[in-house]
Design a protein around this ligand. Structure first.
Ligand SMILES: Nc1nc2c(ncn2[C@@H]2O[C@H](COP(=O)(O)OP(=O)(O)O)[C@@H](O)[C@H]2O)c(=O)[nH]1
Ligand SMILES: [Mg+2]
Length: 283
């Protein structure tokens, strides 16, 4: 187990920092008057922890575990979230926060399973209405009641989050024909062409490194975590400075300051990139 002497990326695990970020996000000012809420789309392979990530964020702002109806308790199985669900996040008092997060059916290796690339591209453009049920064998048609023919800037996606499970990245099929990575790269390219900023969140850090499992504060001292982050950037082509490692809430019943800090650090950056994007659209 190789532990670096210093953090290679600065991070403050003090609870006061966590409070500061929660405060900052709660009072976040969106830099474009046309946009009411920043729209974050989370995509990634099945069982990567997408629903758990959204749920962890919801829990942090509630200050207690949120009901995790989105999470597939059976673990790796097939895709659980089959609908396009846009989730509002609320603070302790029930006030809606200035961002929403979309959860999608996971992408699978075979074309016939999981959400279709075309559908995700439509989601980026704001054509997918909330509640749309993904069909692995046919993509959304213009006649469908869930097709939004004139999306406003509010309906569009303002930041694309690619989520990869750090413990399984080495086992994933390369981005050849019919692989999840190829689909993720295709969607990422479309997002780039539209100028949508992108972030990579690496989950399951507790399964990668025993030191980190014991103490999350070791995250930026663990050589193994850094190597896995590097593998993720190599797989998708997202630069290292846009890669954020997290551990999601998945089996715990109490909140944990260190879990919150990593998730909030990722979220804060996601919201800043999304806000820069909508601001550019206003300039
Ligand atoms: N150890 C660990 N398990 C996780 C983490 N995130 C999610 N899980 C578990 O992984 C499984 C799949 O998570 P889920 O959120 O349903 O994945 P999704 O298909 O991408 O939405 C569930 O059993 C979660 O409890 C994590 O960071 N660490
Ligand atoms: Mg899910």
């Amino acid at each position: 187990m190789v532990v670096l002497p210093e953090n290679w990326r600065p991070i403050d695990f003090h609870p006061s920092n966590q409070k500061k970020i929660i405060e900052e996000i709660t009072h976040f000012k969106i830099a474009n008057p046309e946009v009411h809420q920043l729209h974050i789309l989370v995509h990634g392979p099945i069982a990567a922890g997408k629903s758990s990530f959204i749920n962890s964020i919801a829990s942090i702002f509630k200050g207690r575990m949120a009901e995790s109806s989105l999470v597939d308790a059976s673990g790796a199985g097939h895709s659980f979230t089959k609908k396009f669900i846009t989730k509002k996040i609320r603070d302790k008092d029930g006030n809606v926060l200035p961002f929403v997060m979309s959860d999608i059916m996971g992408l699978e290796d075979e074309e016939a399973d999981g959400a279709r690339t075309e559908d995700l591209v439509m989601a980026l453009k704001g054509h997918l209405k909330d509640g749309y049920c993904f069909n692995p064998v046919a993509s959304l048609k213009k006649e469908d009641p869930f097709y939004n023919s004139c999306p406003t800037l509010n309906d569009k996606v303002h930041c694309l989050v690619s989520l990869l499970p750090g413990d399984k990245i080495g086992l994933m099929k390369p981005a050849g024909v019919q692989s999840v990575l190829r689909k993720l790269i295709e969607i990422r390219k479309e997002a780039s062409a539209m100028g949508i900023p992108q972030v990579l969140v690496m989950t399951m850090v507790d399964n990668i490194c025993p030191e980190v499992r014991k103490d999350l504060k070791m995250i930026y001292k663990s050589k193994r975590i850094k190597e896995k982050m590097q593998e993720c950037t190599n797989s998708l082509g997202v630069p290292m400075k846009r890669v954020f490692p997290v551990k999601n809430y998945h089996e715990e019943i109490e909140m944990d300051n260190n879990v919150d800090t990593l998730v909030l650090s990722a979220l804060k950056n996601i919201l800043h990139f999304a806000n820069d994007h909508v601001q550019e659209l206003d300039d």
